[in-house]
Design a protein around this ligand. Structure first.
Ligand SMILES: [Zn+2]
Length: 435
């Protein structure tokens, strides 16, 4: 809600009230369950489902947002720089926020919004190059949303029309389990599909690649079915559908790595041949997406755990690749200044980007913390702790502190002191610290 211009907001509120008043009954005649006549800010009212339809040529969209039951009336959505064309409720839109006249209710309440969106470069929305990137808090530039990662939503329908001839849009037509808003992504390009195989649980694993990228896709996907199978068998049932895999995306030069757009995660074209990147993004299906982070400061619960699990899975299914992964982590670790935040404690005040948390430290120090625990209690015991945590928290938001408590309960080893060394200390530890 920061940055809202209250004066402008109030003007639009009054305008919406005036428009709504034309057909409204007097407030005294309305029973208590009737919608309020004016928009009421209520950013705490959670979203439970999002249905989206886009025309990617016209850059128009329709969103049906279902809000949770709430004892308090009203609701608020982030709308970035969307142009709002229609809302089927009384609303007020100003400064990137949309407030709604919704009643308090014991049942979920749906609102439908028609809008236009703008192209966004620098990873802040839908790029003119055909891909989207909403992480960390840019979902409002593409559809009305809540960007806070704790507020998961299902996407019961996603549809794209207006895809140019000769191109393919790769995206999930639904995400049936709760996801952070930034999990949704699409990419539109001249895609072909490399079918890699099926896991024991029946999950189909593929890579969508562009012309000239088949060899890179084969290299990057060499052990991806085995990695995904290990994740399913070790951590528990995958929640985001029966067909998964990587999509090679035309990120701008210099952007490397991937993004956890499950079930079709994005991998920068330059990283397509890198098995570690695929394993990392796959692991986010359990940590980061499957279990959401409660606050941005719990970033290490997503990235440290995904980095650890990528190395751990590759250790099991392709030991030489796993060893190379840990070697590359060790090289990155040696280059991390000790003062970089890994696991700050701000109760939601930290800005993931501006405060420097989106750097290597949470990934690499987080991975080595969990590896230190694995070396202490046995990797299989830590696997069981991670599986226990996933069984308890999948579909919910969780904190790193809660993971530590589960590790202590399941393994009998309290990792708090080791976590202080790896995640809090102002000196970057060396591999093996706290053994
Ligand atoms: Zn990641």
């Amino acid at each position: 809600m920061a940055g809202r211009h209250d004066d402008h907001h109030r003007e639009l509120t009054l305008l919406a009230i005036a428009l709504a008043a034309c057909g409204a009954r007097p407030p005294t005649a309305a029973p208590p369950s009737e919608p309020p006549l004016r928009p009421i800010p209520n950013p705490a009212r959670d979203i439970v489902d999002t249905r989206l339809a886009f025309d990617v040529t016209a850059r128009t969209g329709s969103a049906t947002i279902t809000f949770a039951a709430s004892a308090q009336p009203g609701a608020t959505l982030e709308i970035g720089d969307l142009a709002i064309d229609r809302v089927d409720r009384v609303f007020a839109a100003a400064s990137g926020m949309l407030d709604l006249a919704l009643p308090a209710s014991r049942e979920p309440v749906a609102v439908t919004i028609a809008f236009r969106y703008q192209p966004h470069e620098h990873f802040t929305g839908a790029s003119a190059a055909g891909f989207t990137m909403l992480w960390p808090y840019h979902c409002g530039n593409l559809f009305p949303c809540h960007s806070r990662p704790a507020d998961g939503t299902t996407f019961s329908a996603v549809a794209l029309t207006g895809v140019p001839d000769g191109k393919v849009a790769v995206y999930p037509d639904r995400i049936a389990a709760d996801a952070p808003a930034y999990q949704l992504g699409w990419s539109i390009d001249a895609y072909s599909e490399l079918a890699l195989g099926t896991t024991a649980a029946g999950t189909e694993v593929t890579i969508a690649y562009r012309p000239g990228e088949l060899a890179a896709a084969r290299a990057g996907g060499a052990h991806l079915v085995a990695v995904f199978d290990w994740l399913e068998k070790t951590l528990g049932r995958y929640r985001f559908g029966g067909k998964v895999g990587a999509v090679s995306v035309a990120w701008p030069a210099g952007a490397f790595g991937g993004m956890e757009h499950h079930p079709r995660w994005h991998v920068a074209a330059g990283a397509l041949a890198r098995e570690l990147t695929h394993a990392h993004e796959a692991a986010h299906g359990w940590f980061g997406d499957g279990i959401r982070i409660a606050y941005w400061e719990d970033f290490v619960l997503s990235e440290g755990t995904a980095s650890y699990l990528a190395g751990r899975a590759l250790d099991v299914v392709a030991p030489a690749v796993g060893a190379a992964a840990w070697q590359s982590y060790a090289e990155e670790l040696a280059a991390i200044p000790g003062d970089r935040p890994v696991w700050p404690q701000s109760r939601g005040a930290i800005d993931i980007v501006a405060d420097g948390l989106f750097q290597d430290a949470p990934y690499i120090r987080g991975a080595f913390f969990l590896r230190a625990v694995a070396l202490k209690v046995g990797a299989a015991a830590l696997d069981r702790a991670l599986a226990t945590f996933y069984a308890a928290r999948a579909g919910m938001a969780a904190t790193m502190r809660e993971l530590l408590a589960t590790i202590a309960t399941v393994t009998g080893y309290d990792p708090s002191a080791c976590a202080d060394t790896w995640l809090r200390a102002a000196t970057t530890p060396r591999p093996g610290a706290c053994l």
